[in-house]
Design a protein around this ligand. Structure first.
Ligand code: ADP
Length: 297
């Protein structure tokens, strides 16, 4: 059971080509969609949750054709958008009950049970009488997760999950999401923060300018950046030139000189020492080189 995306294109009415012939298979488990702002992630997410029509292409979600079976797909789908807002005047439990009704849960008693269990799961039971729009940032995020999961969806789409959260809350958020969503669900996390991907996602795709430039395990992306990260010791005078020639990842003062880390296939004219890459380096390498999986292999 998976999501299959074939030759998907989106051109906005103003002519912006946000998605260019996307082909992607998303299996069960946590899947990270990584890319800079403007890459097309939200556009893809909004198409996947049937809020936006593609210009062309096909999407099948657990065997349902998304364009023909919108209702069925919506029933098995939970969505946490980027700018999730709560209506003023709703208490936390009332809001969740409202979300449950919207997701097609009709029986009041069953709904109350589900709401209480979910509040417990996301650690908001004690806050159930508080007004939803008055909760702290982290609590609002947890309520956001709760509303996306209340009807036990098979596909969970989370757009930029961590904006507005501090690092500790970000880790908690990812763990919570993987804990409460079960084993056989597909969870898609879209983010521009590399660290959100590395610790939780078994598979990922890299997106840039409406195209997918890598699909696979984060470790595989890392492997492809091996031998491409260099440490160079330079004087203050040389810093600008290095910055002009190579993408610089870090600059650390070291005595009278500087230790500079750059990403490049090779470094010429400097005494460069290779360093092991991390996922952030690999991300920069892919972005700089605009590597394309489909033409490379
Ligand atoms: P991301 O989520 O990765 O930041 P988006 O999907 O929001 O990327 O945007 C992809 C591209 O589509 C950008 O160039 C953006 O300006 C453009 N875009 C997004 N929404 C619209 C819209 N409603 N109308 C026109 N262009 C849009």
């Amino acid at each position: 059971m998976s999501i299959l995306i074939k030759n998907l294109n989106k051109v906005y009415p103003n002519g912006n080509r946000a998605l260019k012939d996307i082909n992607l298979e998303i299996p069960a488990g946590m899947f990270g969609l990584l890319g800079p702002n403007g890459a097309g992630k939200s556009t893809l997410m909004r198409i996947l949750v049937a809020l936006l029509e593609p210009s062309s292409g096909e999407v099948s979600v657990f065997g349902y054709n998304l364009l023909k079976k919108r209702k069925e797909v919506r029933r098995i789908l939970g969505y946490l958008p980027q700018d999730f807002r709560f209506f003023a005047g709703y208490r936390t439990h009332e809001f969740l009950d409202y979300a449950a009704r919207l997701s097609g849960m009709t029986g009041a008693r069953k709904r109350k049970q589900a709401v209480d269990a979910m509040l417990e799961n996301v650690g908001l039971f004690d806050a159930r009488e508080r007004y939803a729009n008055k909760l702290s940032g982290g609590m609002k995020r947890r309520l956001g997760i709760a509303q996306a999961l209340i009807h036990n969806p098979k596909v969970i789409v989370v757009d930029e999950p961590t904006s507005g959260l501090d690092p500790e809350e970000r880790i908690k958020f990812r763990n919570l999401l993987s804990e409460v969503s079960g084993n056989d669900a597909i969870i898609i996390l879209s983010t521009h923060i590399v660290g959100d991907i590395s610790s939780t996602c078994k598979r990922m795709a890299l997106m840039n300018s409406g195209e997918i430039s890598f699909v696979g395990a984060p470790e595989e992306m890392l492997r492809r950046a091996e031998g491409k990260v260099w440490r160079i010791r330079v004087s203050g005078d040389e810093l600008t030139e290095i910055g002009n020639r190579y993408p610089v990842i870090s600059t650390i003062p070291s005595g009278m000189s500087w230790d500079v880390q750059v990403v490049a296939d090779e470094v010429e004219g400097y005494d460069a020492e290779p360093c092991p890459p991390n996922l952030e380096h690999a991300y920069v390498y892919y972005m700089e080189n605009n590597l394309n999986l489909w033409t490379e292999d």
